[in-house]
Design a binder for this molecule. Structure first.
Ligand code: IMP
Ligand code: MG
Length: 187
């Protein structure tokens, strides 16, 4: 282990759950699988803001196909850390999905309610295909059946930060996935 950066030494930043090296190695593997699976039909990558921005950046560069990228921003009603399953579209897609092979790029699946809503929303726009690539899935938390074609890591159901994931908009710029030792609902 190298020296802790100043950010990693912040008091509420806990242990590493997925290291930077493990993230990058897994993303290389996912990129190779997606490259093989989508040969001849480059997907439209749909990143879910804000949490997936860093994963989208690395995953898209691990795919050796002429992909297109777009982003959606959603906010779920509920408390800071508990989603209610009611999702508001804050930024919609810029492109038409008809006849497109859509691959949703998501940071983390907790209850699965956000993704379940998004899948139904996107399917209503008649894509040629719709699959999901989620970097993280919290074990035993899913309250709805969702079909995840690509998963980076299964992790314990504790709150995590870093690599795009935030607490109150902070700590997204940690290079690894860390446990969060503060109060996730607090400031
Ligand atoms: P779900 O609808 O319960 O699956 O929640 C999914 C969304 O909640 C994710 O896209 C994240 O934005 C957020 N989320 C869930 N767990 C965490 C976490 O441990 N840290 C940061 N954000 C999280
Ligand atoms: Mg998200």
């Amino acid at each position: 282990m190298g020296q802790l950066s100043r950010l990693e030494s912040e008091p509420e930043v806990g242990e590493v759950i997925v290291s930077e090296a493990d993230l990058q190695a897994r993303i290389t593997e996912l990129g190779a699988r997606i490259t093989a699976d989508y040969a001849g039909r480059p997907p439209l990558l749909v990143g879910v803001l804000k949490g997936a921005f860093m994963f989208m950046s690395d995953l898209s560069r691990a795919i050796e196909l002429p992909v297109e990228t777009d982003f959606m921003a959603v906010s779920s009603y509920g408390s800071a850390t508990r989603t209610s399953g009611v999702v508001r579209i804050v930024k919609d897609l810029d492109v038409d999905l008809a006849d497109r092979h859509v691959l949703v790029v998501e940071d983390i699946v907790d209850s699965g309610l956000t993704l379940n809503y998004l899948q139904r929303y996107l399917l209503a726009r008649s894509p040629a295909s719709l699959e999901v690539c989620a970097l993280l899935v919290k074990e035993g938390q899913q309250r709805t059946a969702i079909d995840l074609r690509y998963v980076g890591f299964h992790i314990p159901p504790d709150f995590v930060v870093g690599y795009g994931l935030d607490v109150g908009e902070r700590l997204r710029n940690l290079r690894a996935i860390h446990a969060y030792s503060g109060d996730p609902s607090g400031r």
